[in-house]
Design a protein around this ligand. Sequence first.
Ligand code: AMP
Ligand code: ZN
Length: 488
Amino acid sequence: MAGGQRRIQNLAPSEIALAPVFFNTEGRRRMRLETVDPAEVHLYTCGPTVYDHAHIGNLRTFVYEDLLRRTLRHLGYRVVQVMNLTDIDDKTIDRAAEAGMSLDDYTAPFIESFFRDLDRLHVERAEHYPRATEHVGEMIELVAALVTKGYAYKSEGSVFFRISEDDDYGRLSGIDLEQVRRGERVAADEYEKEDVRDFVLWKEAKPGEPAWDSPWGRGRPGWHLECSAMSMKYLGESFDIHCGGVDNIFPHHENEIAQSESATGKVFSRLWLHAEHLIVDGEKMSKSLGNQYTLQELLDRGLDARAIRFLFLTTHYRKKLNFSFAALEDAAATLKRVDEMRFRLEHASEARDETPEITQAIELMNARFTAGLADDLNVSKALASLFDLVKVVNIAIEESTLGRGDRQRIVDALETVDGVFGVLNPARWANDEASDELGAEEIEALIVERGSAREARDFARADEIRDELAAQGIILEDTPQGVRWKRQ
Ligand code: AMP
Ligand code: ZN
């Protein structure tokens, strides 16, 4: 159904105000952010499906959402962010069954590794990380409301959303539903739908699958339902911004709108922001090409998490991010320019009484930095303002023209910028690798030692090493080519 009154203004592309302007996927228009609560942004970001480790594509999206969150705070808003953990869907169920494990036991290490990845990339924690399996009650309530209002119907033991009742279905993605002919049966397991376009809200339990009691019998929620139920629970029936990657636009977000607005009669999310995908060396990531990296795999190759975060930030979120080792080197070199300036600054003398030029350069940087970010997260503009300041400061250091207090002013300005980028201060990253976790070299040294112990028939020591590695989540596989290892 059509939502309530929209209160978002249309803007000309060149107009930038203090309230940020974003490109809204819905309507493909730039719009100024106008929040339900003037001082607070309620932000929903679709989270990981925890059937495996996150790949760097997922992490690109999570880092961009972190940039958005930090930018909103820089602009003066409080932020309440929710990111769901999809811990039940076809993939998690299938993988857990293959492994002969309960859903909870199977997903636990992937949830843990997701948070570890966020920490390593200095992604700030959201306020809430609700898990789908802990919100089935809320999802059942939502389905019940849709059934009562005639937007959903029961068929066999499942419940479907009735698309024919929703007159603006497709308004986010612009999909032409007439292309999918009414009544056409596309898949054998969809015979119970009234209309092929209808989507499942509640799935009847299959033997052996995790299931919950519901008014329609035992079953489990369809994937789209969780984001509607959990966003509305934590952020209200109408909230400000909903994010995800472009693959989420259809059907996931389209279905979220249909479910939520049909149940409440209110606008669900006011703005929809979608990140383009990360590709590797110009190609789509895929398991078969061997280019679907996890963060851990990159770190095991000796690559630097700080440079990875910086590389993710420097491509605008609505452009494809082409990941390559060369691009990562460039990112590291650019960061080094700021590090070097910071280092030289520490040792520079403040020879003059005062230097109004530095104060002016900082003010200009601050204004351009903020305006750049408020313009649909234009990181190029924001970074250009930073590097203009770096140039001015380098010249002042070379010519010994820094004035009293300039050093502190410059450090403070860098801190302001870093509140948003989270990558400019090397001291904040320095201790990250000093954790207890074993690096690739240490693991390999232990594997060699284990081999020697076995040859010497010192099986106690060999087993001890295997256990030590297992405690760190490292699994060993004996293959004809030698011992291979992987992280759980
Ligand atoms: P998933 O774990 O598949 O549910 O995805 C988690 C998040 O990562 C979602 O917001 C997706 O849109 C996003 N995503 C998936 N693949 C990519 C990719 N290649 N590049 C950027 N984001 C992605
Ligand atoms: Zn979602």
